[in-house]
Ligand binder design. Structure first.
Ligand code: S3P
Length: 182
């Protein structure tokens, strides 16, 4: 048995604020473990046949949240994989309890200054459009951290290269699984 085998038995779901690296760290984690990788945002876009900004603009945020809930429920029925969720997914009580029952959840947590810098480089996030990223992130942190704190594991990543975050994640997951799947 290789040392990662216990980590392949259950889906690993990454939660946390925008810009924290759920997709990029998740993709690397999946590669390292030899698990499939799924990005909930991309799956919602595929299902809706349009981009997230267009979904928000044309259908509204509630429609996006409903699509997100359905997509994540479907992905959690698949054999184990690494799932990057959108920043708001784990805030929905129904989605959160589904993730908690079917996956090992990991809150990726990083200083808001780092996140603000990262998200400023992209314009694909409707919740930030025309707003000061730091203000949005501060408000989201206040509203969302209590929900994220319900994740099985919290990994603080800081402004580190993603491969270092993956190492930290692997260590935290290995410890968690050793304790809970004995
Ligand atoms: C959102 C985060 C985004 C995306 C949508 C809404 C949020 O995903 O789902 O723009 O509510 O925080 P990322 O966390 O991958 O940026």
């Amino acid at each position: 048995m290789d040392r990662f085998e216990p980590l392949r038995r259950r889906t690993i779901a990454l939660v946390g604020l925008m810009g924290v690296g759920k997709s990029s760290v998740g993709r690397r984690l999946a590669n390292t473990l030899g698990l499939p990788f799924r990005d909930a945002d991309l799956e919602v876009e595929t299902a809706a046949g349009r981009s997230i900004p267009d979904i928000f603009a044309e259908l509204g945020e509630p429609a996006f949240r409903e699509g997100e809930r359905r997509v994540i429920a479907r992905l959690l029925e698949e054999p184990p994989l690494v799932l990057a969720t959108g920043g708001g997914a784990f805030i929905n009580p129904e989605t959160r309890s589904l993730i908690k029952s079917k996956a090992t959840s990991v809150w990726l947590k990083t200083d808001l200054e780092v996140l603000a810098r990262r998200v400023s480089r992209k314009d694909n996030r409707p919740l930030l459009a025309g707003k000061d990223p730091m203000e949005v992130l501060k408000a989201q942190a206040e509203a969302r951290y209590p929900a994220y704190a319900e994740a099985d594991i919290t990994v603080e990543t800081g402004d580190t290269a993603h491969y270092i975050s993956v190492d930290e994640l692997l260590r935290a997951l290995t410890d968690f699984v050793a304790e809970h799947q004995a």
